[in-house]
Design a binder for this molecule. Structure first.
Ligand code: BGC
Ligand code: BGC
Length: 668
């Protein structure tokens, strides 16, 4: 079977991509496979699985095959619908949850997963039982489920520079997914952002392709288990998704879903590196990007999807489209898009339009508008993944286990990830660490807000509107500070606006970006609070009262904040640390004598921009006007802190670490 498959693939390629590429060699957005690295492994192929899949395909009706390649959102489908439309997969989009979106309890998720699965595998006449795949955006832990451990977003993990940590987080995330019946994570994002105004910057590990490459394989192995393993689900693993293929971080102006102008060598060198190690680690799916390359939408780019990804890179899993991403191909709509399948998408993410898409795709196949061999290849890839995952083996030993979600081991892992990810950017006169016996004022609107420290893609798409009780196992940054101080004989006073009554010895101010996801996070400028500078006023007021100020900056990316840096005695980039706020106090609060309990080890995985007067002025203008491309200012021109920068406590090593830090580093 493997042999037959290998015969089939080149012929499809010849038919669709290479002929097209040859005839339009000079065309934009056409990739040339010979410029790309060769695949090093085909870890997903094994003869037993391939035989089993062939046998299944032989029994399936055309309708069942069409169903396999379509994924609906749980907000738009019921278990009952699956009897008429035997879809291959469902997802819970960021806004979707059981009971009409209102119930995120583990029990509700598990009940839904089981109800959908039960219909997909029931035996009834004319039906080939094939378990459905349930996919979710578990991108920093199993973040859609109440009570799950929320890990730092990827940008913080990048600063940790610790590949082994990434693998452990992947494994813990998979276990927290397995207990509620999920089998597929839309992670990791392998984007390499070139412009921090992009609202998805925090989903990325680094601007450095080499770090993204080192992490990608680790995360895939953590989520899926070892590349040549079988029955992932039975061992508490899930399928991973490398996304978004390709060049999503390279769009002009950092505009989400925009156009990446990069040359092909740059696409390979900068944007493709993570995919090489992900494929090497046997990643089961790849998600196509909403963005375009040289004006051509990725969902419709056969030369990249078939020629490069499935051809040269040897990817044997399946390509899933993004949320109605196929509709962005010229001539397509949510409900009609032969072109995506022809270009190499194996599974449509058709959240709301799945029913009509099913009917239309079926008609196109019957009419011969789509070659049947393409459908069979897509179905084969999907069934291969299902078999390798162990979905045909009914056993689900992890499902329903009560001891996994936010277990003490997972919480400790998340807390150590917080410690590893924080970057100390400034520490004037060694203000940090703070003596645990000190009287500390804790201020800022991010101080006692777990939702804020988790950011987007947390119990919802945008991650906004949460209260601390939504996180039964979470700890706010303030709560962590208070616990550390009380243990050392000190005290913490919370006052969001800083109007404390008792005179503190030091103030910790926690502030930064509100939660956002995707394009809602796109910015016209990288200047922090350009114009308003609300938080700066708080810092200046405290300093005017002669209170030393420690700033803890919560953000999905480095932002130009020279004024805030200058108005702080110490400044910590905390990124979006997740539900274990106590990890911040581990670093900030020393012992009762002021010796560090833990040292900083995080180093910037993105250069930190300096403020420029032009950017600040343009931002003011853009705030009033529509923030389109024209209103956008230039990208980073000058870093305030270089890639790799990060301070340590002096007892442990010299105050300035990174070799990469040169004159661009801040004076104090
Ligand atoms: C969904 C997200 C999705 C977005 C795309 C939202 O409704 O919840 O998962 O990414 O739409 O526009
Ligand atoms: C996002 C993807 C995500 C999908 C499903 C899309 O809007 O771009 O990253 O996996 O929605 O929620």
């Amino acid at each position: 079977m493997v042999a037959r498959l290998n015969l089939l693939r080149p012929s499809i390629l010849a038919l669709l991509c290479c002929a097209a590429a040859a005839s339009a060699a000079a065309a934009r957005g056409v990739a040339h496979a010979e410029l790309w690295p060769h695949a090093r492994s085909t870890g997903l192929l094994d003869p037993v699985t391939e035989l089993r899949v062939s046998e299944l395909i032989g029994r399936m009706s055309l309708e069942e095959k069409v169903g396999q390649i379509i994924q609906a959102d749980i907000g738009y489908i019921t278990p009952e619908d699956l009897r008429r439309y035997p879809l291959g997969a469902v997802l819970a989009g960021g806004r979707s949850a059981p009971d009409g979106g209102s119930n995120r309890t583990p029990a509700a998720w598990l009940a839904l997963a089981r109800a959908l699965r039960a219909v997909s595998i029931e035996s009834r006449p004319g039906h080939t039982p094939i378990p459905i795949l349930f996919g979710v955006d578990a991108i920093h832990g199993n973040n859609g489920v109440s009570g799950a451990t929320i890990f730092p977003h990827n940008i913080g993990l990048g600063a940790a520079h610790d590949p082994a940590l990434i693998g452990r987080i992947g494994a813990a995330t998979a276990q927290e997914m397995a207990v509620v019946g999920f089998d597929w994570a839309f992670a990791p994002a392998l984007s390499v952002p070139q412009d921090l105004r992009w609202g998805r910057s925090y989903e990325s590990y680094s601007q450095d392709p080499a770090l993204v490459r080192r992490y990608a394989g680790e995360m895939v192995r953590g989520l899926q288990g070892e590349p040549n393993g079988m029955n992932s689900v039975q061992s508490g693993h899930v399928a991973a998704t490398a996304k978004h293929f390709l060049g999503d971080g390279g769009t002009r102006g950092g505009i989400d879903q925009g156009d990446t102008e990069a040359s092909e060598p740059e696409l390979v060198r900068v944007h493709a590196q993570g995919y090489v190690s992900a494929i090497d680690a046997g990643v089961m799916s790849v998600m196509a990007s909403y963005s375009s390359w040289q004006g051509v939408k990725l969902h419709g780019n056969a030369s990249l999807l078939r020629g490069v990804l499935k051809g040269r890179l040897g990817f044997e899993g399946f390509v899933v489209g993004d949320w109605n991403g196929h509709a962005q191909i010229a001539g397509c709509s949510n409900t009609n898009c032969a072109a995506a399948l022809i270009a190499g998408i194996d599974m449509f993410m058709a959240p709301d339009g799945w029913k009509e898409l099913f009917d239309n795709t079926l008609a196109q196949l019957r009419a011969g508008d789509i070659p049947l061999a393409l459908l069979d290849d897509a179905v084969r890839r999907i069934l291969r993944v299902k078999a390798r995952l162990g979905l045909f083996d009914g056993a689900r030993p992890w499902e329903g286990r009560p001891d996994v979600l936010a277990s003490s081991a997972h919480r400790a892992l998340a807390r150590s990830a917080v410690r590893e990810s924080l970057v100390l950017l400034k520490n004037r006169r060694q203000l940090l660490p703070i003596r645990a016996s000190a009287r500390v004022l804790v201020a800022g609107d991010g101080a006692d807000d777990i939702g804020r420290q988790c950011g987007g893609w947390t119990l919802g798409w945008q991650g906004s509107g949460h209260v601390n009780s939504d996180f039964p196992h979470g700890e706010s940054i303030y709560a962590g500070i208070r616990a550390a101080l009380e243990a050392g004989g000190g005290s913490a006073q919370l006052s969001v606006d800083g109007s404390a009554t008792a005179a503190p010895e030091v103030a910790i101010v926690v502030f930064g970006e509100p939660p956002y996801a995707e394009s809602a996070g796109d910015l016209p400028t990288i200047e922090y609070q350009a114009g308003a500078r609300r938080d700066l006023k708080l810092l200046q007021r405290l300093r005017a009262e002669h209170i030393p100020v420690v700033s803890v900056f919560l953000s999905g990316r480095p932002l130009a904040a020279d004024s805030e840096l200058d108005a702080s005695d110490a400044f910590v980039a905390a990124w979006l640390p997740g539900s274990e706020g106590g990890g911040v106090a581990d670093l900030l609060i020393g012992d009762a004598h002021g010796a560090p309990r833990h040292d900083f080890s995080g180093r910037l995985s993105f250069a930190w921009p300096a403020s420029t007067p032009a950017a600040a002025a343009a931002a003011g203008a853009a705030n009033g006007a529509a923030a389109g491309v024209k209103a956008r200012t230039a990208a980073i021109t000058r870093p305030r802190f270089a890639l790799g920068y990060g301070l340590h406590y002096p007892a442990h090593s010299p105050a300035r670490t990174a070799g990469a830090c040169n004159r661009a580093c801040a004076p104090d």
